[in-house]
Design a protein around this ligand. Sequence first.
Ligand SMILES: *Cc1c(COP(=O)(O)O)cnc(C)c1O
Length: 401
Amino acid sequence: MMRIPIMRPCFTDEEALLVAETLKTGWVAQGPRVAEFERLVAKYEGVRFGVAATSCTAALHLLFAALGVREGFDVIVPSYTFVATANAVEYTGANAVLADVRTDTYNIDPEGLERLLESRYEGGVNKQTGNKLFGIAAVHLFGLCADIPAINAVAAKYGVQVMEDAACALGASIDGRREGAFGNPSCLSFHPRKSITTGEGGMVLTDDPALAEHMRGLRSHGASVSEVQRHASKGYLLPDYDELGYNYRMTDIQAAVGVAQMRKIDEIAADRRRLAARYDALLPAAAPFLRAPFVPAGYGHAYQSYVTMMRADESSKAGIDEAREKRNALMDALEQAGIATRQGTHAVHTLGYYREKYGYRAEDLLGAYACDRLSLALPLYAGMTDPEQDYVIEKLRELYH
Ligand SMILES: *Cc1c(COP(=O)(O)O)cnc(C)c1O
């Protein structure tokens, strides 16, 4: 029996060598390696500035705090996303207002978004709570960009900010333009489940120099160095702390891993696309009960995950619940065969904190609920061999024929 994990980081000797080099310099906290990693990632995505942080969750918090998200504001978040997107909004004291997603792209539904804004807000004010609408945190789930042109248009109409959770989306694109370059700040993750990893890590990308500078201060306890001090360059003077900041600094040890990963990003990305195309080609015959991920025309999918859906009647909770039993049985059988699978991610409105605080019922956001109950992520990682992938395909064929 083969053992196929859901993911496996793609490390070679290069990561170990760069980490050793960094250790030898004696500079292990945030320093030159972090700056190098920021430049490499920003350049790859076609953005001016990268601001590294300890995780994508920290990067999202840093971004929201720097933009002024706080108590008394609402931020719209798709319900089908990793809970961190909504949590980062709630850290600031603002409310995460959950919106439904499309079950084909798994991303926020722009038409549903517009309906939500029309029904819930009057002159930008939440009719139930009195909160002001701050903006929309769009998520590019599993490496497929959300419909940013449509979301930007809705945001412009309401005069609110778009922020992108691009945790899974390094290298994803729309019409050849990479994630990060759609005119909004965005946040990447370097957790081992993502395309490249630094163990833990994240980064905010922005073209706005003032925003980048503000976040550099906030990630370092809110430190600001006055112009006088800067010009005198008296290193022994402590900076001023005008704002409540955080310690969200990435270490140079982590960034050394990141720099080594970025040196082979093109090969990693190409391998992921190749494996996804192979699943696309082989799944319809082997596992017709699964729906392959949908990629709209002009979109470049980064395939952080290869997430399928059990075909089902998605129009009712009962239909979804029934098909969910089949999905779970399939996941159990695959596990028995040595193949690790996961559901894509969870519907945030069904999680205890959000359910209790806002009183959601499962069927309130049926698209997100369907994705939660019916999604099935198959193993995919750079370096996965054809025999490994064939084993997954063959087991799927055996189990349901
Ligand atoms: C992984 C993930 C995060 C969190 O990233 P961390 O680096 O683990 O904090 C946030 N949002 C989405 C959509 C994710 O997939």
